[in-house]
Every structure is written in C-alpha cells, then in structure tokens.
Design a protein around this ligand. Structure first.
Ligand code: TXA
Ligand code: MG
Length: 345
C-alpha cells in the first residue's frame, strides 16, 4: 500500500489531445506497468485498476478493497481483438453482443486462456471481459497496452464510486493514484452476461437492459433472484452475495416513504429520504429530514442514486429511507442494487 494517494485531473475532453501523451494518462499507464494501483473513471462507475497479467498487482486490489479472493474481477480491454486474445472460445453470441454493445457497459464471461492469472478469476475457468467507452479509460488502456483488471473502486460490499472523491473516501492511502475525470454518466455498474454453457445467462443486471440484450442474441436465462439460493448464486458469480452496494448508513426500502419518514423522525432520528413522487405528501419539513428528489426515469435514477447515497452517508444521517421503485424490467438493475443495499449487516 502506498500511504498517500495522488489525484490527477483529466478532463475527458483532453484525452484526445497531444498534451495527454506526456501527462496523467502516460504516468498512470507507467504505474500500472510497475504493478501499482490506479483508479480511473469508466462510463459506469470508477474502477480500481491493476495489470491483469501481473498476479502480484492483482493481489493488491484484493488487499486494498478487503475483497474476498474468491470474487473474480472484470478485465478491461481496449477492443474486441484484445478480448479474444484472453479467451479459449469466442462463441457467435460474443460476436453479436460485442458488435452492438462494445465499447460500453456490457461484461461478457467466457472461458479463459492460461495466461489469465487465477488471482483475477478467483481460481475459476472463466474470465469477465469488458471494453469501456469512457475516453479516459480508453486512453489508459491504449497507453498501457495491457488488459486492466478493475473492480469498482470501493471497499468490498460498499457503494460503488461515481466521483474521484468517493474513491478517495473509501481507498485513500491504499492505492497509488486516482485519475479524476469528473462524475461518471451511467451511475451504476455494467450488466454481466455469461456465455459459457448453454443459453446466455444474466449474472448481474446493469446499465444495459435484458430486453436490449435479448433483442440482439435471443432469449437469455435470468439470474437467480435475490435470497433464492445464495450458495449456487455465489458459485455462478460471487459478486451476487446478498448484501452489497450498501451505504454505511442503514437503508430501508419502503412502499410508504412518507409514513416511515414520519415514524423515524418522531423517534428523534435524522433521516435521508430518496423520494419518488409527484405529489406533495403531508410530511413535515424539518431539519431532521433531508429530502432528495429522485428522477422519474430508470436511467436518470441510476445515474443519480449512488451519488445521493454517498452524500447522505457523508452528512451522517441515522437512517436512509428509499421509496420503492417500479417492479418493471426497466428498473431491474436499480431494484437489484437497492434491495442488496437494504439487507441488514
Ligand atoms: O461497471 C462495472 O462493471 C465496473 C467498472 C469498473 O467496470 N466494475 C465492477 O466490478 O462493477 P466489480 O468487481 O465490482 O463487479 C464485478 C462482478 C462481480 O459481481 C463478480 O462476481 C462478477 O462481476 N464476475 C467477475 N468475473 C466473473 C466470472 N469469471 N464469472 C462470473 N462472474 C464474474
Ligand atoms: Mg463492486
């Protein structure tokens, strides 16, 4: 671990300019090649990067995040060609999906080649691959010329970071550098789909909807629902452990926000409330309640939700109350994250 963590600011618009070649991107690439840890923005959330082909560097990610070593990492690559170089088999579904969704927020799980270290894959035979579209991530991959293993840049089980500040709050002193490219646009993580075995299988809902994926590749198997069979879910994708993506503050998901907020307020608790309503309920305005108006559409909500939860954590409220979101497929990824965040510690 490095003791201090440097921050370098890389406005996304600079990534195409000559200036960057001798600048932050090149320095970050150099650190990665030395086996160091660099956090960087992607279009979903910030990732904590290490050289995916260097087992010692990858091991440092697990230490910094306090992540269980059985939970495998996503490997980020510059393009489809670089992805193919890391796998034994490239099925037709991989062609179809990468063609449409890469660069972008889709992660594909495929059979790995021997050169992908076991530390990356949790000892398993598969590797998760993604070509990110964020210009900073892309420039970093090009400059370093290596695959970059990068989980979300947060302590294990906690909220993913959508700004460099969130990264620092969670990992300061544990990593070598943060590339600050401003807030990420997607707000939640990529969709993870396994192409190993029979039908493509959704392992983690994410920014790209299942319907969009099915439009390209035909029917996919849905992931196991929350709480269904933890052991087998964890076996398929260990990141699907129940409690996850959680703020430090206890979070409740409720169908009746106004009433719950009143109740908690009357117990003298300071409450943060992620509110989804067009109507003005009779909840008394008080300094015990911080109301946060959430966007009505799923993509807008996703872009906003982690940042609001980070902000409520930082303000030190006693409880976070979240109005339930629609039960439709469009909201699957957001619902998944909120449900996991609400599982008690
Ligand atoms: O948007 C994202 O995916 C972000 C950015 C940084 O790319 N990354 C991210 O990584 O969310 P992480 O490590 O927080 O989540 C990766 C998920 C976990 O649920 C993990 O279990 C699953 O992907 N995963 C990784 N490799 C796998 C594999 N070989 N088989 C099944 N699941 C895998
Ligand atoms: Mg994560």
């Amino acid at each position: 671990m490095s003791g201090v963590t440097r921050t370098e600011t890389v406005p996304a618009f600079e990534t195409n300019s000559e200036k960057l070649n001798g600048g932050s991107i090149a320095r970050s690439a150099g650190l990665l090649l030395e086996g160091k840890l660099v956090a960087f923005p992607t279009e979903t959330v910030y990732g904590l990067g290490a050289n995916a082909l260097n087992p010692d560097a990858v091991a440092r990610i697990f230490v910094a995040k306090e992540r269980p070593t059985y939970n495998p990492l996503i490997v980020h690559v510059a393009d489809t060609l670089a992805a193919k170089a890391l796998v034994l088999d490239w099925p037709e579904a991989a062609d179809l999906l990468s063609e449409v969704f890469w660069p972008g927020a889709l992660t594909l799980v495929l059979l790995k080649r021997g050169q992908v270290p076991d530390t990356v894959t949790g000892g398993g035979p598969t590797v998760a691959l993604r070509v990110p579209s964020h210009p900073v991530a892309h420039a970093l991959l090009r400059s370093a010329g290596i695959p970059i293993a990068a989980p979300s840049a947060n302590r294990s089980g906690r909220l993913s970071p959508t700004t460099s500040d969130h990264v620092l709050r969670s990992l300061y002193g544990r990593i070598d550098l943060v590339l600050d490219g401003g807030p990420t646009s997607g707000g939640i993580e990529s969709t993870v789909v396994s192409l190993v075995g029979g039908m493509p299988r959704l392992l983690r809902p994410g920014l790209i909807g299942s319907a969009e994926i099915e439009a390209v590749v035909g029917p996919i198997e849905r992931m196991l629902p929350l709480h269904s069979n933890l052991d087998s879910a964890a076996l398929l994708s260990p990141g699907m452990l129940d409690r996850h993506y959680a703020p430090r503050t206890p979070l409740e998901l409720t169908a009746d926000g106004p009433q719950r907020v009143e109740e908690l307020g009357s117990q003298g608790l300071r409450v943060g409330w992620l509110r989804r309503s067009d109507t003005l309920e009779a909840v008394s305005e008080s300094d015990r309640v911080i109301r946060v108006e959430m966007r009505r559409d799923a993509a807008g909500y996703a872009a906003q939700v982690y940042a609001e939860l980070h902000a409520l954590d930082a303000r030190g409220v006693d409880r976070i109350v979240v109005d339930a979101v629609p039960e439709t497929e469009e909201w699957l990824a957001v619902r998944d994250r909120l449900q996991r965040a609400s599982v008690p510690e």
